[in-house]
Design a protein around this ligand. Structure first.
Ligand SMILES: Cc1ncc(COP(=O)(O)O)c(C=O)c1O
Length: 429
């Protein structure tokens, strides 16, 4: 495999853009530049083909350049775009589909990214409760803004401590976000007791996929629901990854726990920029899209024809075709196959996952939270992924990142991936 053209493009990009990339964690070695995407595959500038499991951090649930979605976007753009006044037929259709499928979504508002959605949901929770503080879990990611950008992939000695993710953040924002341990209800309850009448909301990824795949233990999500009810706080499920990917109604449909507010993005529009905040009507009508609402909600591009038509088409494919059955079956095939390989080779590792998402932690017990993941052999994790990349399977070569299967992946893709995994692990042990 040669990477000459990729490297030349990366060098040129560095002349115009700091670090040559437009999102921090895209700056990874090797510096491959992709120029074509189709179904389960991505192609770099040198013409090398990869089976893609990175899926741009999750949006591609149907696969890249999926015709039924692309055609709908082209069709929409042949007659409409954006007006900046009133609503559109596409916005109405898209919102009604979400309201139909997502249990917590009595009403819906659109924005363009997951970070916007979590910002809006948190602001609303503060307005509703007239409180300031938030509970967030160590290791979870909810976007780049000051309310939530702390205690993400913390260094071992910073777990649970004051760990802002960026210079330039407001102290008040950092200090009003309290950090708890995922799957530890007692700690959450203690935090409520120590901050009586001060906590506006809990924000949580119902499955923390930003650290691979840590499953909520039986009763944990319901416990958060109960504590929020007891202490008068709102429960926000950040379903930017889990939404649409695990079920058209989000992980809340799977778990049976209904939050007050939900944030969505990524798989919602199969790779087109689109996000939403949704929730109970009594709360949603506090936004000032509703006459008299006192919580600011705005965005020039909100509800653009590109995102709304893509989301409608994506949901329609999920409604009419066995998308989830297919990706769940392939997910099981992958996880079971990897476990068999580990057994054959005597490798101590945990294959974690749910539905179409999986990852391999190189450790010998099932992790329950971010602290447990400090036992994962990070060097092995990254080397393993780099070696798979050399074999033509693209998994982000970074520690504790997840992989995604799409509707365009086939059994053959899974089986060839398993073969490569076995070859790579044999090389490594
Ligand atoms: C759970 C979760 N919430 C929010 C976000 C932020 O979304 P965006 O990158 O679209 O702003 C992400 C992004 O990875 C995410 O994984």
């Amino acid at each position: 495999m040669t990477n000459e053209k990729s490297l030349a493009l990366y060098e040129e990009a560095n002349r115009y853009t700091p670090g040559g990339v437009h999102t921090s964690i895209r700056n990874v070695e090797p510096h491959l530049i992709f120029t074509k995407a189709e179904g389960a595959y991505i192609y770099d500038a040198d013409g090398n083909r990869y089976v893609d499991y990175q899926a741009a951090f999750g949006p591609f649930i149907l696969g890249h350049n999926f015709n039924k979605v692309n055609d709908r976007v082209v069709d929409a753009l042949s007659r409409t775009d954006l007006y900046g006044v009133g609503t559109t037929d596409l916005e109405i259709e898209c919102a009604s589909k979400i309201a139909k499928h997502v249990p917590s979504a009595e009403q819906v508002l659109f924005c363009n990214s997951g970070s916007e959605a979590t910002y809006h949901a948190i602001r609303l929770s503060r307005a509703v409760t007239e409180r300031r503080k938030l509970i967030k879990f160590q290791g979870c990611y909810h976007g780049w803004h000051d309310y939530v950008a702390r205690n993400m992939l913390s260094a071992p000695d910073m777990i649970g401590k004051r760990d802002p993710g960026s210079a330039g953040m407001m102290d008040e924002a950092i200090d009003n976000t309290l950090i708890c341990t995922f799957n530890d209800l007692e700690e959450v309850e203690r935090t409520f007791q120590e901050n009586k009448d001060e906590i506006a909301a809990i924000i949580v990824e119902p499955i923390p996929h930003n650290i691979g795949c840590i499953m909520p233990e039986e009763g944990f999500l319901q416990g958060l629901r109960d504590l929020c009810n007891q202490y008068g706080a709102l429960l926000i499920f950040d379903e930017v990854i889990t939404g649409f990917r695990h079920n058209i109604g989000g992980y809340q449909s799977v778990s049976g726990v209904t939050p007050d507010l939900t944030t969505m993005g990524k798989a919602m529009a199969n790779g087109f920029p689109m996000a939403a905040v949704a929730g109970k009507k009594e709360y949603m009508q506090r936004y000032n899209t509703y006459p008299g609402g006192d919580v600011w909600f705005a965005g020039t591009y909100n509800g653009h024809a590109v995102g709304t038509s893509a989301a409608i088409a994506t949901m329609e494919v999920m409604e009419n075709e066995p998308v989830h059955q297919h990706i769940f079956e392939l997910g099981d095939r992958m996880r079971n196959g990897i476990r068999e390989i580990h057994e054959r080779l005597g490798i101590k590792a945990i294959v974690a996952g749910f539905g179409s998402v999986w990852t391999t932690y190189f450790m010998d017990f099932e992790p329950k939270n971010y602290t447990d993941l400090m036992q994962n052999d990070a060097e092995m994790y990254v080397t393993y992924r780099k070696k798979l990349l050399e074999h033509g399977f693209f998994k982000m070569p970074m520690n504790i990142k997840r992989n995604h299967i799409s509707y365009s992946h086939t059994k053959e893709n899974i089986d060839e991936t398993l073969q490569a995994i076995e070859d790579v692990l044999k090389e490594m042990v």
